[in-house]
Design a protein around this ligand. Structure first.
Ligand code: KIV
Length: 259
């Protein structure tokens, strides 16, 4: 049963992963994952790009539709891509609405702290459930220069703590904390009543999220230090495809059984 109630602190630890299509959503649902994110990380792990910046609203709608087909009973959040919400609040409401109406998402996520709260209030007023995302925000890679931990100095820590409270006040139902020192993530988690979902933020957050391809070892470009690999689908796939190739070359496939 789909319910936003999973995002109450009492349900912690909340387990999330990303999903980008029917298969990734369906197997995640069958594994009992609490909620799914159609992340704009799809530009990297599905599209092979080096950043998330080229992902468009049309791509997000399409992948959200595919994931929604596999996540019939699992709460599905869709990422708002670069240049679709920080431009104007009006654009944000329109694009957030599209992810729900056309994509079939149950909620949307957007990156940013204090500076995005006015927009979030307008989205929440329009009945769009919003998840926040602070710390390392990959859409700001051109500003950061590289993917790194955020919150290591007092200024950054103050910004994160302040932003978490303001996101809560603006109506966000949960906040992703990405690449934040464990103790800072703990302080943020203790300072808000909405749940925090960590990625590279240590063990004290109310939930955890990892990219589906990282959990399953199905991506070759970046291996984040914090992402534990529970399977090696990459090599499993190469192995299966090599066996198929060998059997066709040797005319062993298709055998009697497959006629
Ligand atoms: O796009 C994404 O996959 C994300 C998660 C890493 C939180 O934003």
């Amino acid at each position: 049963m789909k319910t936003i109630n999973i995002f109450k602190k009492k349900h912690r630890p909340i387990v999330m992963t990303t999903a980008y299509d029917y298969v990734s959503a369906k197997v995640s649902e069958l594994a009992g994952i609490d909620a799914l994110l159609v992340g704009d990380s799809l530009g990297m792990v599905i599209g092979g790009n080096d950043t998330t910046l080229k992902v468009t609203i049309e791509q997000m709608i399409l992948h959200t539709q595919y994931a929604a087909n596999g996540a019939k009973d699992t709460f599905l959040i869709s990422d708002m891509p670069f240049m679709t919400y920080k431009t104007t609040p009006k654009e944000a409401v329109k694009n957030g609405g599209l992810l729900i109406q056309k994509g079939g998402a149950d909620a949307v996520k957007l990156e940013g702290g204090n500076e995005i709260c006015r927009t979030i209030k307008k989205m929440v007023f329009a009945d769009i459930p919003v998840m926040g995302h602070i710390g390392l925000t990959p859409q700001a890679i051109l500003k950061f220069g590289r993917y790194k931990k955020i919150g290591k100095n007092e200024k950054e820590k103050k910004y994160l703590l302040d932003s978490a409270k303001k996101l809560q006040d603006a109506g966000a139902f949960a906040i992703v904390l990405e690449s934040i020192p464990e103790q800072v993530a703990k302080e943020i988690t203790e300072s808000v009543s909405i749940p925090t979902i960590g990625i590279g933020a240590g063990k004290y957050t109310d939930g955890q999220i990892l990219v589906w391809n990282d959990i399953l070892g199905f991506y070759d470009k970046i291996k984040p230090r914090f992402a534990k690999r529970y399977k090696d689908l990459w090599n499993e796939a190469i192995d299966g495809l090599s066996k198929y190739k060998d059997e066709v070359k040797k005319r062993k496939f298709p055998s009697e059984k497959y006629l």
